[in-house]
Design a binder for this molecule. Structure first.
Ligand code: BGC
Length: 424
């Protein structure tokens, strides 16, 4: 009997303590199955990533979305620095291989360009970077035209011009033979299959003029490489340093750019973690945290006016690609586990705008999944179809369940579709 009473008393105590745990406050460390706070959804930490809230025609930043609340940030990479690097990487390649690059010997170095999304800052920057480095850019009021040109085998297009490169005292002509936004009929952009088809069309009508294939990303670049340029020995350049593209450098892929996804994925979750813990936003970023995590300033920049963290890019070529073969490895200086007593489990809603985007699904998300453990975040990953915002926003039906949000929009103009849900 005595034992039974003791057991009952124990059970009663357990119920009492469980109730106390569930009674709200941000200090609940035990729950991993949803938000434990009374914070209004509109005041919860929010990070935009990969697609910066901005006007898709002008590129102007959407400062309302970037200042949604005091704990709102954007995490991406420095698009202009990366674009310039991609252009320079291609020009360097041409210079180093000038004796063999002009395949048909017509004196014109011809390239084709796969454009990801004409309304996406990163895509626009990369198109401009390639054109600027190769001398094919046309500027109006100081801005390089980034429009696709269709085909331009005769050099008559107005959105680009024939460029010239001076190499070892000889002047060579460079021509953008064709470019196209790789959008499929359903509306998905950066579409690898569309790029594979485009190179088929281009190569069958003017294949011998194509000396270089350039692409706004590796997904499209690899599709063109596998469909045509690998067998033809035509150097193909992409962006993202996805593992398959890095491996393909051994087989003639010309090169790619690492946008330091390992640093970006960390920052995406780290800014949420810091806001949730109520610590200085620089903790574990520019300032070492207790676990020893810290980033040096050669891998990212923070622009306070834009509320944006930008990772810096690195060129990956035949010279250094062996250092980049595992694209899903966490960045060593920020790979230390946080202590759950000071950074308790919190739940995060996170979406990937297109579950079949090569970069986001094969590089970015696997990295996020490693960092969420290290940062004690319980992340729910939502994969979109790449075309419709509502396909994603429909799955943000109960924001009160989460402590923080990480958003990757389909269209960079659409921030309000998300913030209006959080403000309800
Ligand atoms: C990547 C692309 C990707 C896009 C998605 C870019 O930063 O380079 O590969 O398709 O993000 O938004």
């Amino acid at each position: 009997m005595k034992r039974k009473i003791a057991l009952l008393a124990m059970a009663a105590m357990m119920v009492a303590s469980l109730t106390a745990c569930g009674s709200g406050g941000t200090s609940d460390g035990g729950s991993s199955s949803g938000s434990s706070s009374d914070v209004a959804n509109a005041d919860k930490p929010l990070v935009w990533f990969n697609r910066q809230p901005s006007n898709s025609s002008t590129g102007e930043l959407d400062m309302t979305a970037l200042n949604f609340n005091d704990d709102t940030y954007y995490v991406g990479f420095d698009a202009n620095q990366g674009a310039e690097l991609q252009g320079t990487m291609i020009r360097d390649y041409i210079e180093a291989n000038i004796d063999t690059i002009d395949r048909n010997g017509d004196g014109v170095i011809g390239y084709v360009l796969a454009i990801g999304d004409i309304g996406h800052n990163d895509s626009i920057a990369r198109t401009r970077g390639v054109r600027s480095a190769l001398g094919t850019a046309v500027e109006t009021d100081g801005t390089v035209n980034s429009d696709p040109i269709g085909t331009n085998t005769d050099g008559s297009a107005t959105a680009v011009q024939d460029g010239t490169l001076e190499i070892n005292g000889t002047t060579y002509t460079v021509r953008e033979l064709a470019s196209q936004e790789m959008k499929n009929s359903a509306g998905a952009t950066w579409d690898a299959a569309t790029a594979g088809n485009a190179i088929g069309t281009w190569s069958s009508s003017f294949g011998d003029q194509i000396d270089i294939v350039a692409s706004n990303n590796d997904g499209m670049g690899m599709s063109m490489f596998n469909a045509w340029s690998k067998d033809e020995g035509v150097p193909t350049f992409g962006y993202d340093a996805n593992a398959d593209a890095v491996a393909a450098i051994a087989e003639g892929y010309g090169g790619t750019i690492s946008q330091h996804a390992d640093v970006q994925a960390y920052l995406t979750l780290r800014v949420l973690r810091n806001a949730l813990d109520g610590v200085d936003i620089d903790t574990g970023i520019g300032t070492e945290d207790e676990a020893g995590n810290v980033l040096s300033d050669d891998v990212y920049v923070y622009n306070a006016d834009e509320r944006s963290y930008y990772a810096l890019n690195v060129a990956v070529t035949a010279e250094n690609y062996t250092d980049f073969t595992d694209s899903t490895k966490t960045y060593e200086p920020v790979s230390n586990q946080l202590d759950e007593s000071t950074s308790p489990k919190k739940s995060v809603w996170l979406n990937i705008y297109n579950a079949s985007d090569n970069f986001l699904s094969s590089t970015y998300q696997p990295l996020l999944q490693k960092y969420d453990d290290l940062l004690n975040l319980d992340v729910e990953y939502i994969g979109g179809d790449g075309q419709t915002e509502s396909n994603i926003t429909n799955r943000l039906g109960n924001p009160s369940q989460y402590d923080a949000f990480a958003i990757n929009m389909v269209k960079t103009d659409n921030a309000a579709s998300y913030t209006s849900i959080l403000s309800q």
